[in-house]
Ligand binder design. Structure first.
Ligand code: FES
Length: 105
C-alpha cells in the first residue's frame, strides 16, 4: 500500500542539501538538486554504501557513492559508472504547500 510521508519544509532542504530519512526500516536519501527534490534508496547497489554521505553534483543531478565512487542518476536511480551496475529504488516526491512529501510503498 502506498503511504505519503512528510519529510520537511522545502525551505529546510536548500539546493545542494541532502538528508537521510527512515521509513519502516527503509533508509531513503532526499536531495535538493538545484531546486528540484529527488529521493532514492540510501543503499548503493554495489556494496551498500551510504549514498547521502556521497558527493552531490547539482548540475548533473548525480550522487557519487562515498565507498567506491559509483555515480548514480538521482532522477532514475540508475548507475552511470561502475562498480555499480544495478539501479537503486527511487521514490516519487510531492511538494505540497511548501512541504516535501514522499510516496513510499
Ligand atoms: S558501495 Fe557504492 S560503489 Fe561500492
Amino acid at each position: 500500500m502506498t503511504e505519503i510521508v512528510d519529510i520537511c519544509a522545502l525551505r529546510d532542504l536548500q539546493p545542494g542539501e541532502m538528508r537521510l530519512v527512515e521509513q519502516d526500516g527503509l533508509e531513503i536519501g532526499v536531495f535538493n538538486c538545484a531546486g528540484t527534490v529527488y529521493a532514492i534508496e540510501d543503499r548503493c547497489s554495489h556494496d551498500d554504501g551510504p549514498l547521502v554521505e556521497g558527493i552531490l553534483d547539482q548540475q548533473a543531478c548525480t550522487i557519487e557513492c562515498p565507498r567506491h565512487g559509483a555515480l548514480f542518476d538521482l532522477k532514475t536511480g540508475k548507475p552511470l559508472t561502475l562498480p555499480a551496475y544495478q539501479p537503486v529504488d527511487t521514490f516519487p516526491v510531492i511538494i505540497d504547500n511548501d512541504m516535501i512529501k514522499l510516496e513510499v510503498e
